[in-house]
Design a protein around this ligand. Sequence first.
Ligand code: ZN
Length: 93
Amino acid sequence: MATYTYRCTPDGPVDAVFPIGTAPPTISCPHCGETSTRLFSAPMLGLADRGRMAVIDRAESSRTDPAVVSAPPPKPSRPAPRLDPRTRLLPRP
Ligand SMILES: [Zn+2]
């Protein structure tokens, strides 16, 4: 969904929400019923933080296009860190 702005002569700018690409060129004003024409303005994409937008985009894409793997991840090249030898002295259940 996207917010589109229309201009009503008596009321000024009026926002309306439609699915992207389906906004009609005119709507009736929700306040007075007058015919309002669509305004074209720059999208507000540049106002968001790039890092946050990347996270949002990844979350959205994982919902619709999840990463599918065909094999488990490769084993790490380094061996697992050794446990502290004192952990053997801890009580066991
Ligand atoms: Zn109006």
